[in-house]
Design a protein around this ligand. Structure first.
Ligand code: SF4
Length: 373
């Protein structure tokens, strides 16, 4: 299963919590960036061994800021260099206020069949605090517009544990999202990334982190509400109606190879090499040969750690029979106390987090990793 990731590093404004690579000064670069993407496709298409791709994910940044004729050109370039399988999942990330009937008409010539929208919350005060540029009505309008345009596979992102967010606020967010008739929901606890404005105001004491108990209650509510709505909890932060899990992200979690194109994009060759294009849009556009990047050769220990970290987050768990005998023994010995406390379970040779274990998943995962990482 091969995947393509294409990074679009443009945003209209910066949200206070975000540490993804993007620039707000990109309007003049959009066409030349799209041309540079095709140059990279041409140069690096053999990074994945087969040109057939099963999923494409256009992420950012804010891909929905790109004029649709530029997006169409990017997809034409993809078609020139790769073969999309007939049922490929093709996702584009979008800001709700960009998703208008006109924008969707502009996408009609492209293979996009899935939209992932950063809703984050339906609360007006919290949206303003986060620096988001949409409101709750625009989220609802965007979902409706997608459906009318024939794109019914729709994912929303939510964030919980926001400063001063109450349990009632969170219940309202989850209910509002599920009531829109979406197929997929991603919900993440707010994290304070170094270098973000959010982190700065936390350090200045202007806001407080949500306490652990409330955060746990919010997550617990999320599990209950999504289950009642018929969603499957297939990864710690991801929920989908049957058949609508994100194939693209699932490929990542299965350690399948992917080719990341664009400034700041990451790639994995499916064996030991990880590669990161440098987050420098001007250098990316100016490159005449391969774009500026760094590569990393994963050690055997790092491969084990990645395998545990990604698989244990999924409902499928860690397939113990895919570990070497030594790694299996190590993993089971580190898992023993958590198995005894029913935070982990083993079924059919798969080590999984129990519902109780999910609440302390970070600690459990870190206990199973090999020391030194
Ligand atoms: S969260 Fe999305 S829209 Fe906001 S700054 Fe980050 S990439 Fe841009």
């Amino acid at each position: 299963m091969n995947s393509l990731y294409i990074h679009i590093p443009f945003c209209k404004s910066r949200c206070i919590y975000c540490d993804f690579y993007s620039t707000t000064l990109g309007n003049d670069f959009m066409s030349s960036y799209a041309q540079a993407l095709e140059r990279e496709m041409c140069l690096r298409k053999h990074y994945i061994q087969c040109s057939r791709v099963h999923s494409i994910y256009i992420g950012g940044g804010t891909p929905s800021l790109l004029p649709t004729d530029i997006l169409t050109n990017i997809f034409s370039a993809v078609k020139r260099h790769f073969t999309l399988v007939s049922d490929a999942e093709v996702t584009i990330e979008a800001n709700p206020d960009d998703v208008t009937p006109k924008w969707l008409r502009g996408l009609s010539g492209t293979p996009v069949n899935r939209i992932s929208m950063g809703a984050q919350t339906f609360n007006a005060n919290l949206l303003t605090f986060l620096g988001r540029r949409h409101n709750a009505q625009q989220i609802a309008d965007a979902v409706q517009a997608c459906k009318e345009a024939g794109i019914t596979n729709i994912s929303l992102d939510l964030i919980y544990g926001l400063p001063e967010q109450t349990m009632e606020d969170w219940r309202h967010d989850v209910e509002s999202a599920l009531n829109l008739g979406i197929t997929h929901l991603s919900a993440y606890a707010l994290s304070y990334e170094e270098g973000t404005r959010l982190d700065t105001i936390l350090r200045k004491g202007l806001i407080q982190e949500t306490d652990e108990e409330l955060s746990r209650q919010m997550y617990d509510h999320l599990l209950t509400a999504t289950e009642e709505a018929g969603f499957l909890h297939y990864e710690i932060s991801n929920f989908a109606l049957p058949g609508f899990h994100s194939r693209h992200n699932s490929n990542y979690w299965q350690s399948a190879p992917y080719l990341g194109l664009g400034a700041g994009a990451h790639s994995y060759d499916g064996h030991r090499e990880r590669r990161a294009n440098l987050p420098d849009i001007k250098a990316y556009i100016a490159a005449t040969e391969d774009v500026p990047h760094e590569t990393e050769e994963l050690s055997t220990e790092e491969l084990y750690n990645e395998f545990i970290m990604t698989r244990l987050r999924t409902s499928g768990g860690v397939p113990l029979n895919e570990l070497s005998p030594e790694d299996r023994q190590y993993c089971l010995s580190m898992a023993r106390p958590h198995l005894a406390h029913h935070l982990l379970s083993i079924q059919n040779e798969h080590l999984r987090l129990t519902k109780e274990g999910i609440f302390t998943s970070n600690d459990i995962i870190s206990d199973l990793l090999k020391v030194g990482n």
